[in-house]
Design a protein around this ligand. Structure first.
Ligand SMILES: [Zn+2]
Length: 499
């Protein structure tokens, strides 16, 4: 039976159900990762909304897009991702279960799978790090890659049912400018190659005792763990620093009735901060378990950026403008707060970090590493999703990421290192969004823009827009320019020049 386009009433019913469905998914996510619930039960949620995630629904919403505005296209993408989410739900659950239950035996020690990366980062002994990483690779290959492969096959089939040749074409139809962004990424990789080689080499020598040319992937997490700076970023000052930063901008964190801080320690709680916007804007969870160290500080501020964005989103917006849309926007707000940790003027005000310029330059090296990594990931994901046989892409993963980072990645990560829905583009564009918006804020409010009430007022006004506009539109409205990856390169060069 051919699908028919939905009526206006169908669309409203779809919006209302979508709102509840997302709320339930976010709540389940919160309960599981906050360690309040061992299981991760997506099935009963999907079962309650069968009509939301059916093939017919996805096809029918596709017909509604013809001639309609951006919001309807977001609802279509949501229906399609819901359909594919339902088809791969079992895989997602199995993956979460395996990750939660799997334990690695390294020497005498038993390490939970999810703790392997943090353990590598905290392990000063290079040989031991290599051993833990090899165990992680073996477990990934044996327990997770079969799930990823099955899931990739299911998605490939679904994409054809939806009338696209492959996943890349489907996302082009959603309005993702994948080709334009890929072009910007290639230029970025070119223009920052020398700078990366010089600055990363310096950082790897200092922190891991090896030149970049001899660095291995098990050195990376260790280098960015930056133990040397730990004492400057204590756990007990994280929340007070966040409160004070928000207060400078005119936001009283504890007076925000819709923001729920989850600070309790629980054995099953994920060690990394996260935000779960269960109701936008009425119930936004900010979950942390402070450990201290610069990376933990960055994670908290990143998630606080999401939290404030969702908490300030206008309740009058449509479901698609509050809940869906271009995630480069919310990631951009997250990056804006996260990067305060690498801002010398902010460090001087909030902490007594010795040599803040040096810390900022190291932070810029980290930023350069991650942006180059994501540029390569996008180029890889475009090839991966266009290929007939995913396993054939394993060597390309190693080649593209190795070229960008000058450190060979693990071939076993060629499936797990893919973000569904081209989320990689949201991160890439959010880094540019942050660099461009920060330049604007500094020009308009001065280098200590983050201490200014009027800057805070502007942010609150922009946050209230939710994701009604995409990141390019929002940025153009404020600064007059669309997203430009090269802005990140300029931001990084500026940090090195100041150091
Ligand atoms: Zn984020």
């Amino acid at each position: 039976m051919p699908a028919e386009p939905p009526s206006a009433r169908d669309l409203d019913a779809f919006r209302a159900k979508a709102d509840r469905f997302i709320a339930e998914l976010d709540e389940e996510y919160y309960l599981h990762y906050a360690g309040l619930k061992e299981g991760f039960d997506l099935k009963s949620i999907y079962d309650r909304y069968p009509e939301l995630t059916s093939l017919e629904q996805a096809q029918s919403m596709g017909l509604a897009v013809n001639g309609a505005g951006g919001g309807i296209r977001e609802l279509w993408r949501f229906a399609v991702e819901g359909y594919m989410g339902e088809l791969t739900r079992e895989h997602t659950e199995r993956e979460a279960r395996v990750e939660a239950e799997l334990k690695a035996t390294v020497g005498e020690e038993e390490i939970p799978f999810r703790m392997l990366r943090p353990t590598i980062a905290n392990e000063p002994d290079r040989t031991k790090r290599a051993e833990i990483e090899k165990t992680r690779n073996e477990l990934t290959e044996e327990h997770l890659n079969p799930i990823h492969l099955e899931s990739a096959e299911v998605v490939r089939h679904a994409v054809r049912q939806l009338g696209s040749d492959n996943y890349v074409d489907l996302y082009r139809r959603f309005g993702f400018d994948l080709d334009g962004l890929a072009g910007q990424c290639r230029s970025f990789l070119d223009s920052t190659e020398r700078l990366y080689e010089t600055t990363a080499d310096r950082l790897f020598r200092e922190r891991a005792g090896v030149p970049l040319a001899e660095a291995e992937r098990w050195d990376v997490a260790r280098v960015f763990r930056a133990v040397g700076w730990d004492s400057a970023f204590p756990a007990d000052r994280m929340l007070p620093a966040l409160e004070a930063t928000l207060a400078d901008l005119g936001i009283d964190l504890h007076a925000q009735k819709n923001v729920h801080l989850d600070l309790e320690e629980r054995p099953l709680k994920t060690p990394r901060a996260f935000c779960s916007p269960i109701e936008v804007p009425d119930k936004v969870m900010l979950v942390i378990q402070p450990m201290g160290g610069p990376d933990d500080w960055r994670a908290l501020f990143h998630e606080a950026g999401h939290t404030e964005h969702f908490a300030h989103t206008s309740p009058d917006l449509s479901v698609e403008d509050r809940r869906l849309g271009d995630n480069a926007v919310t990631e951009g707000w997250a990056m804006l707060l996260q990067h305060l940790i690498d801002e010398p003027a902010w460090l001087l005000r909030r902490l007594d970090v010795p040599r803040p310029q040096e810390f900022a330059a190291e932070g810029a090296t980290g930023l350069l590493y991650f942006v180059r990594r994501y540029c390569a990931k996008l180029l890889y994901e475009l090839e991966f999703h266009a290929a007939d046989d995913p396993t054939a892409l394993q060597p390309r993963y190693v080649e593209l990421l190795g070229d960008a980072l000058k450190i060979e990645p693990s071939p076993t990560d060629y499936l797990g290192d893919i973000d569904s829905g081209f989320y990689v583009t949201a991160y890439l564009r959010s880094w540019a969004f942050e660099a461009q918006l920060r330049a604007f804020l500094r020009e308009r409010f001065g280098n200590t823009w983050f201490t200014r009430r009027d800057a805070g007022s502007l942010l609150r006004e922009l946050w209230s827009e939710g994701q009604r506009m995409n990141a390019d539109e929002l940025l153009s409205e404020v600064t007059g320019a669309p997203i430009e990856m090269e802005a990140v390169a300029e931001r990084v060069r500026e940090s090195f020049a100041a150091a």
